[in-house]
Design a protein around this ligand. Structure first.
Ligand SMILES: [Zn+2]
Length: 91
């Protein structure tokens, strides 16, 4: 089974229902069902910083990181995702 990271939020997509959907019902290989639905982003105005802020507490807990380390790691990871790749650091 192929595991992919959502290219918006970094969530792991394992099952068929984890994938986002195009308007015609086909699955989108790049984005998860939370981020992408009916052929568009569920939160089109979402910023990279908002995504980082969401995963920060999860990473601090799961990886036993300090706030500062989690911030650096999370920002680095999110920045590598397709949706945010070409954008400025804090936008
Ligand atoms: Zn996602």
């Amino acid at each position: 089974m192929i595991e992919r990271y959502c290219q918006s939020c970094g969530r792991m997509m394992r099952e068929e229902q984890d994938y986002g959907r195009e308007g015609d019902g086909c699955r989108n290989e790049n984005y998860c069902s939370h981020c992408y639905r009916n052929g568009q982003f569920t939160e089109p105005n979402l910023t990279r910083w908002q995504i980082v802020a969401r995963i920060l507490p999860i990473w601090m807990k799961e990886k036993h990181l300090t706030y500062r380390d989690a911030l650096v790691d999370a920002n680095y990871f999110i920045s590598s995702l397709r949706r945010w790749h070409a954008r400025q650091i804090w936008t």
